[in-house]
Design a protein around this ligand. Structure first.
Ligand code: ASP
Length: 314
């Protein structure tokens, strides 16, 4: 694997291999000295054109735990805000000697342009591009599901027959897209639930079932309920009447939590709008995996950087 641009590009074996490798990385993280020497002498650049908290520090922690040198490049305050193009930035990074580039960009497809441009010969990891994809988020979500549902028997397994319901702003969500493609590859059954205005055109061609009623979705007892953030920053129109109306119909609140089976998982990629798509009671409940998702993200990103940059299988 040279780049990770989309979960669509992963075969089932490759996906399971990444999840297994992340298990090894998680185990290494429990040792007193967390650092592994695997990427000593390699340089990873975090190239962030769009805001991020957890993804950026997660990639930074992952690269540092593998002993890589990390350079953080944020568009704000750089020459990008003076109009420098992606090409010029990429050529600068090539001249510095970057072996890996972790890129977040507001334009869907920017990571693929970078990977295929020839401007730089580095492994490229998509850390979120527009509304397109966020593959390491999909992988860390699958890892979290597998760990919670299969426990110690996780290794080597996929997610066959696991029912996952993804709720909310599907239209603007790269997390939803990366999850849908990966979960299908891993054998899970996905249902999307959203107001019709927040479903993308063409969703009928996706490998999912679609519903509009959160109460019916809860009554169907899914193994996993994944709530998505309302992405106001990508909305240029009114997609629902009011925030209150949205949370009444599509918010996962304490009352709906009480109706969800005790064994079902409640997930959210963060950052959360508490009180809008999810209540604090649900977010902080024992069924919530939200903090685990963040911790697992580091293990997944270590696995991905290792596979791309250490050159080869585990
Ligand atoms: N952090 C995730 C992303 O960057 C989800 C979100 O922002 O709602 O796509």
């Amino acid at each position: 694997m040279k780049h990770l641009l989309s979960t669509k590009d992963l075969s089932r074996d490759e996906a399971v291999q990444i999840l297994d490798l992340a298990e090894d990385m998680a185990q290494a993280g429990t040792r007193e000295v967390k650092k592994l020497p695997a990427l000593r002498g390699r340089t990873v650049v975090n190239l962030f054109f769009e805001d991020s908290t957890r993804t950026k520090i997660s990639f930074e922690a992952a690269a540092k735990r593998l002993s890589a040198d990390v350079i953080n490049f944020t568009a704000k305050g750089s020459s990008v805000s003076k109009g420098e193009s992606l090409k010029d930035t990429a050529q600068t990074l090539a001249a510095i000697g970057a072996d890996g580039v972790v890129i977040r960009h507001h334009s869907s497809g920017a990571p693929r342009v970078l990977a295929q441009s020839g401007w730089i010969d580095a492994g490229v990891v998509n850390a979120g591009d527009g509304t397109h994809e966020h593959p390491t988020q999909g992988l860390l979500d699958a890892f979290t599901m597998r760990k919670r549902l299969h426990g110690d028997a996780s290794r080597g397994r996929a997610l066959d027959g696991v029912t996952v319901t993804i709720v909310g702003d599907i239209l603007h969500s790269r997390v939803a897209r990366s999850n849908v493609w990966l979960l299908e590859t891993l054998g899970a059954e996905v249902t999307l639930v959203a107001p019709a205005t927040l479903l993308p055109v063409g969703v009928d061609t996706w490998p999912v079932a679609v519903g509009y009623d959160l109460d019916a979705a809860v009554a169907a007892k899914p193994d996993v309920l994944m709530m998505l953030r309302i992405q106001s920053e990508r909305m240029n129109a009114a997609f629902f009447p009011t925030a209150r109306e949205y949370s009444r119909q599509w918010g996962f609140d304490d009352e709906r939590l009480a109706r969800l089976p005790a064994a079902s998982l409640v997930m959210h990629p963060g950052p959360m709008n508490r009180g809008l798509e999810i209540s604090s009671g649900a977010a902080d409940s024992a069924r919530s995996t939200i903090i685990e998702q963040v911790a697992n993200g580091v293990s997944i990103r270590m696995a991905v950087l290792y596979l791309l940059l250490a050159g080869g299988a585990a």
